[in-house]
Design a protein around this ligand. Structure first.
Ligand code: CA
Length: 227
């Protein structure tokens, strides 16, 4: 059965374009042009994923996000025309799963949708290892390799890279990583996280200016890349 997408967006041009693109991608699409309609459709249609615009004519998209999160964990991708980083970060911290900034390509949006649906729909047992390009992580022995050579990471670096690969394809905010690794908010504006991240990259990336593994989402956080 096709997966059901709820699109909450007031711009008719974007609605038309996305409906066509998503239907071509074999998704079932339902759309709402206001925040209130979005919440009502969410309750009645039980979508598998929600694409949510922040700038809506009635209530703010952040309010829609908040109300949906009160009910459940359905993946939510923010469609944001606002490239102000603080709003993306705020949405991610308040439970959105990812965001795309307008204008975006269909390919980019489809990739984000696939990642979100994959994470949500199946409970996967923790695998023994992770392999991507030349990187291998052995979760049992807690060892990391590039090709055949072992890379020595500190315990914190190991925790960070493990967190990133377990969320491959998904953006993780600075605050999220900080909380998962240290368990308390940062008092240094994520400076120590940046230092750890730079160190991990020096160890695993062959060219830190053109990363193959960890992408910086400027002002937001980090994303472990996927194919
Ligand atoms: Ca809008």
């Amino acid at each position: 059965m096709d997966e059901k997408i709820l699109l909450v967006e007031d711009d008719p041009a974007i609605v038309r374009f996305l409906k066509l693109a998503l239907k071509t991608g074999h998704y079932d699409v339902d759309s709402a042009t206001t925040g209130i309609m979005g919440i009502n459709h969410f309750l009645s249609d039980k979508p598998d994923i929600v694409l949510l615009d922040l700038g809506l004519p009635d209530i703010d998209g952040m309010e829609v996000l908040h109300q949906i999160r009160e009910i459940g964990k359905t993946p939510i991708i923010i469609l944001s025309a606002r490239d102000r980083e603080i709003e993306k970060v705020d949405a991610l911290d308040k439970g959105a799963d990812d965001y795309v900034t307008k204008p975006f390509t269909v390919g980019e949006l489809m990739a984000r949708i696939r990642v979100c649906l994959r994470k949500s729909d199946s409970y996967v047992e923790t695998p023994d290892s992770f392999v991507f390009k030349s990187l291998t992580i052995d979760f049992v022995k807690r060892k990391v390799f590039i090709g055949e050579s072992e890379i020595h990471l500190t315990p914190i670096e190991y925790k960070i890279i493990t967190l990133l690969v377990k969320n491959q394809g998904k953006v993780l905010t600075h605050a999220y990583i900080q909380n998962e690794i240290w368990g308390y908010p940062s008092d240094d504006d994520y400076q120590s996280l940046r230092v750890f991240m730079a160190s991990i990259r020096r160890k695993i990336e062959s060219d830190t200016n053109n990363p193959q593994y960890i992408k910086t989402e400027v002002g937001v956080g980090y994303r472990f890349l996927e194919e």
